[in-house]
Write a protein that binds this ligand. Sequence first.
Ligand code: PHE
Length: 343
Amino acid sequence: MEFLKQKVEALQQEIANIQPGNADELEAFRIKFLGTKGLVKDVFGAMKDVAPADKKDAGQLLNAFKQFAEGHYEKFKHLQGGSGQAKQAGIDLSLPGTHMPVGTRHPLRVTENEIVSIFNKIGFTVAEGPEIEDDWHNFTSLNMPADHTARDMQDTFYVAQNPDWILRTHTSSVQARVLEEGNLPVRVICPGRVYRNETISARAHCFFHQTEGLYIDKNVSFADLKQVLYYFVTEMFGSNTKVRFRPSYFPFTEPSAEMDISCTVCGGDGCNLCKHTGWVEILGCGMVHPDLLRNFGIDPEEYSGFAFGMGVERITQIKYQVNDLRLYSQNDVRFLKQFTPIQ
Ligand code: PHE
């Protein structure tokens, strides 16, 4: 047994002193110690000379030695970044890994997320509703009865199976659903896809995205509406952006307005984006019509509120100067990858 211990110790010492510096030296080490005719195997052969009573200890000693030799080899293999096999295959395992490209968020989602988070900060929560809507939620409850001319502004897709079903033409339908729940006050933001029967071109599409907001409480005034929208514009487009309101018409708001911001590209001097006017329209808004409140059993003498709605494509176009609506749905990776990488 003693002779075996000495032999193993000597070999261990020898191994510890070998520091293979390249693949050839490492391979030489492997052949010398771990190969089929190597020294580790050889020393195991000495078991037969060990007295039976010592066999167990000898076995443990040899196994520990084998592990030591293998560990030494693995350590240098790792340090050198790979086995001879990988090297022969032309693979250098010490190089950094291959970059796997991750996707990017869709530009419309980037914009929508930003709009939502801006309104989240001042207490608006997200409400969602179905894209296949009924007439009541999309039109009638919002002061657009069957014969109302405003329906012409929103060329509608009807669902063949049921004349009462349509693809929602705006996310105001979600506001109708929120009001129906009857919980006051209301402070919601409704992002989503909407559909209109338009011929697809650079400037129009049969589906697009809106984010609408609704705020209803006691003593809500037009000044509150302006303040909330000023805040939104400052957060979205920067504090130098100017804002103007133009009187407009929507059946569900009275008074109604459209809001323009100073052109973010030319700063108001005139360019293609603002069609040389210095202003770009970004949303429609107004004070919720008293009749609409009544439709949902809310007393307009007690409660008032405002609503606004913006096109996500429009905001994205202004932020990123995308001038063709079709790009958003063509899935061209060269276009899509220019936007925010997924974190
Ligand atoms: N729903 C309107 C549209 O789609 C936008 C809007 C919402 C206007 C709320 C005023 C108030 O055009």
